[in-house]
Design a protein around this ligand. Structure first.
Ligand code: ADP
Ligand code: MG
Length: 333
């Protein structure tokens, strides 16, 4: 297949503008030298980029559909953590010859469509090249009111600290895929979450009005929470018992005695955020009425800066000898 037939057949159809989020008929998508988009009045543009490399960010046997889904999902998760409304995205794709075929590209394109249609974000451009290793770079753009931008750096002493959903499913699924833990001990839902994470976009839009600070959890709860704390120049008191785990993760901890993998492994794509007491009460009420679309759990509170970023309550015995891994997430170099 030629570069241009690939673009025409598999990427152009993903550039349809279907929504009110794209108000201008003057916008230009795939097909010219550059994309031209109209920024809604009064909004600021939020730009995020994430690269996925075969063998580093996804196991080699991952389905093309899931690779594409994840490449977009991790970017939408970053937009969510900024409080941004996703608007459109571009795709830099480096394909090995073995992937330049109908079967791979059709599944890949469907994966992009599957997620992009949920949030109505069109593909507006990109680049397609040949390389030895499948590598995808998605750049996603979103809008947010300047006064509502969610930052990592704004957590205040006394804030309550929350996470969405469950923590550790991604890390557990990876252990099972790598053959380090029996697949039979892991729920299908956990694999589903690993292969097709659902970015917490709607919650991000809710949080932009009320949260003091937010970050998305991609490298592990402890590492990403530590980034937020560092940026805000504070520490946290976290109660291990209040961290929400799925039954598969609880079983993993019971069987292996490893209480730390779930909070130091990556691939959660949940949000971690801080709220004042007053905002926490309001948001918890909304959560109880089912208005948030995702569960939220308070896992601790922001305290004055200490030597350690995190002061633990109910620290499990399994960690007696090792404190070091607690501040480490995934690092490339
Ligand atoms: P140029 O040579 O001017 O950089 P290209 O030939 O690389 O343009 O691309 C032609 C058009 O197709 C451009 O509008 C570009 O944005 C789009 N495009 C190329 N690759 C992709 C891709 N992987 N996803 C989406 N759009 C793409
Ligand atoms: Mg080009």
């Amino acid at each position: 297949m030629s570069e241009f037939s690939i673009i025409d057949e598999f990427f152009k159809p993903l550039g349809k503008f279907g929504s009110l989020l794209h108000p201008s008929s003057a916008d230009i998508g795939i097909g010219d030298d550059g994309a031209v988009m109209t920024c809604p009045k009064g909004m600021q543009l939020v730009i995020v980029t994430d690269t996925l490399v075969e063998g580093v960010h996804f196991p080699l046997e991952t389905q093309p559909y899931d690779i594409a889904w994840k490449a977009l999902a991790v970017n939408l998760s970053d937009l969510a953590a900024m409080g941004a409304q996703p608007a459109f995205y571009s795709l830099g794709l480096s394909l090995p010859q073995s992937c330049a075929n109908e079967a791979f590209l059709s599944s890949f394109s469907k994966g992009l469509k599957g997620l992009s249609s949920i949030f109505d974000v069109p593909l507006v451009g990109g680049d397609t090249t040949k390389s030895d290793r499948l590598t995808l770079t998605v750049t996603a753009h979103g809008w947010v009111e300047p006064s509502h931008v969610l930052r990592r750096s704004n957590a205040s002493v006394g804030d309550k600290i929350y996470v969405t959903g469950k923590i550790g499913d991604g890390a557990l699924a990876l252990q099972a895929v790598l053959g380090n833990y029996p697949v039979s001990g892991v729920d299908d839902l956990v694999f589903e979450k690993f292969y097709r994470p659902m970015p917490r976009v709607e919650l991000g839009l809710e949080l932009k009005k009320v949260a003091n600070a937010a970050i998305d959890i991609s490298d592990g709860l402890v590492a990403d929470l530590s980034h937020l704390l560092d940026s805000s120049n504070v520490s946290a008191e976290i109660d291990y018992k209040r961290i929400p785990f799925s039954s598969s993760v609880e079983k993993y901890i019971g069987v292996t005695g490893d209480a730390w993998l779930p909070i130091t492994g990556g691939d959660d794509y949940e949000l971690c955020f801080t709220l004042s007491d007053a905002e926490a009460t309001i948001l918890e009420d909304k959560a109880k009425s089912g208005l948030l679309g995702v569960s939220i759990s308070c896992i601790g509170k922001v305290i004055e800066k200490q030597e350690q970023p995190v002061v633990w309550l109910n620290r499990p015995l399994a960690d007696k000898e090792c404190s070091e891994p607690l501040v480490k997430g995934y690092e490339h170099f």
